[in-house]
Structure formats: C-alpha cells, structure tokens
Unconditional design. Structure first.
Length: 305
C-alpha cells in the first residue's frame, strides 16, 4: 500500500512510530507537511501537489492535523478523499470533533454523559450562566484551546464573573462547565480504534493542578476501565464519526462524563503507559478496511456480470 501521513513534523513520536510500523509491514510511506500541500480542484482529475510534484494516488491517508491548521488541513484531506484515498479519519469527522460546542451538542443529543455545560454571548447573562452549571467552583474553557491551554478553574462566583467578563469583553467564545471535584484532577484517556477501546490510561495532574494534560506536567498510568466507561468512549467516537479517537473521560458521582473527543491523539503517553503497540493497531485497521473494500468491490463486479 501507498500511505500518506499528514504531519507537520516527521520527528514527532506519533509520526515516527506510524512510519516505522507501516514500513515494517511492507508499505510505502510518505510524510507530508499539510501546509506545503496544494490542490488542483477539478471535476475529472483532482490532484494534490507537494513542492512542485504531483503526488498521484495513495491508498490511505493518516491525518495528524494540528488544531491550529484545522481549516487548511481538512481541506487537503478532503482533496485526498475526492481522489478515492481511504482516510483513517474523515475530514468532516475531524471538523466536527474540533468544534467543542458542536461536539458537546452532538454528544448530548445521543444521551452521552457530559458535565453540565453553558454557553452565552452577553455579559448580562453571566449570573444565570454560573447558576445553571451549579455555581462555583466551575471551569471556563476557550472554544479554540488545546492541550489544557485556555482552561481556567474559577474557585468563587466573583472570580468566575471576572474571568467570563474578560473573555466576553475581548470577543472570545467560551464554554462554562461544572467542576467535577470528585475526579481529583485526574481523567481517563480511552484510545478507540474502530468499535473498540484498545488501550486506556489514567492521567493525573501534578500537585495543585486541576488539568491532567501530559503537556502540563501530568503523569500517566495504566488503568482498568468499567464496561460503562468503555461503552461511553466507543459511542462518543462513533457520534463524531471518528475511526480513531482519544476520548477523555472523568469519573463523576453520576457515572463517566466526556470532556473531549480528540481526532489526533498522541501515541507516546499511552504506548508508554500501557506497553501496547497502538501504531501497529492503526495500520492493521487500515489494512482491514481496504481489504474489505476490495472484497466488496469484487463481489459487486461479479454480481453485475
């Protein structure tokens, strides 16, 4: 197979692991900086070009698109899809999951557990918004934030009002969420491939830090998840339309709640914590999908004959 990996940095752990595994399994792999790809959008022969070269046809594409380049990255991925390339995650699913508000609304519609979440536009509505999520302490999140950046814990209602007013004053979109105190600064990252949780780890925030992101100094350890947590993670990934996802859960008094569904989950933390070869599982998933697609196409052809 010819596999393209859309990644801005070929030296990143996740990108390197995917390249190593794919090549070891006999595939030809090309790492492409998504911002250096450009497109010829035409009806009969759409193409993707890279540094003066027409890339031609790939069998599969693995998007490792950073949040800051979502718009352009998903446009490039869409172009590959138009050319008949199998995407590990589809462009529309990535866009859906990157929009924090939209993803929360979709999960809510499917009855998936969530922290109580509020969204408002006018400063006049702040007191009612705070009351709606159960009062302080509460969490305020920038809609565009990633890796724990732009997430604030407001300990008192006065602090919450000040922070929300400041964000709304500079025309920034935010979510206000109940603070799940019983989680104790820990969350669970479930790594979903297809319809299975293939690995799970507990991420614990450092002392005095309520955010558990590994980028913020959190630590990762192996954890056994419950059937309800497993089912919640798979349903959340499915709701977004993602084949591969990192689903972040909190253990609350009323069951597991989804904090985020990540469409480009990193491999280093979870492979280290669990000892599982998750890069290989992703490549094997692609192989299986393309095999089934080929068999289905052959069956259809025979049926017409």
């Amino acid at each position: 197979m010819r596999i393209a990996i859309l990644s801005r940095n070929p030296k990143l752990y996740s990108t390197r692991r995917l390249v190593e595994v794919a090549e070891a399994r006999g595939h030809e792999v090309r790492v492409l900086d998504v911002l250096r790809c450009y497109m010829n959008i035409t009806s009969h022969s759409p193409s993707v070009h890279y540094r003066g070269e027409n890339l031609g046809k790939f069998d599969a594409v693995i998007p490792r698109i950073g949040a800051s380049v979502t718009f352009y990255g998903t446009a490039v991925l869409r172009q590959f899809e138009m050319m008949g390339t199998f995407p590990l995650n589809e462009s529309v699913a990535i866009s859906r999951s990157r929009d924090k508000l939209r993803s929360m609304q979709l999960l809510s519609r499917k009855g998936i557990g969530l922290p109580v979440t509020g969204f408002a536009h006018k400063p006049d509505d702040i007191p009612d918004l705070i009351k709606m999520v159960g009062g302080a302490p509460l969490v305020i999140k920038l809609l565009e934030g990633t890796q724990g950046i732009g997430v604030v814990l407001a300990e008192t209602e006065k602090a919450a009002e000040s922070v929300i007013e400041a964000f709304l004053g500079v025309k920034v979109n935010i979510l206000v969420q109940e603070y799940i105190k019983e989680a104790g600064g820990a969350d669970i990252r479930c790594f979903v491939i297809g319809d299975k949780v293939v690995a799970a780890m507990k991420r614990q925030g450092k002392e005095g830090e309520f955010r558990s992101n590994l980028h913020r100094g959190g630590t990762a350890s192996l954890i056994r998840i419950t059937p309800e947590e497993r089912s919640t993670a798979v349903r959340a990934a499915k709701t977004m339309g993602l084949n591969v996802a990192g689903v972040d859960l909190l253990r609350s008094n009323h069951g597991p709640v989804v904090m985020e569904v990540n469409s480009s989950p990193g491999l280093e933390g979870i492979e280290t914590a669990t000892g599982k070869d998750i890069a290989e599982m992703q490549i094997m998933f692609i192989e299986k999908q393309l095999r089934e697609k080929k068999q289905s196409s052959m069956t259809r052809t025979r049926g017409r004959g």
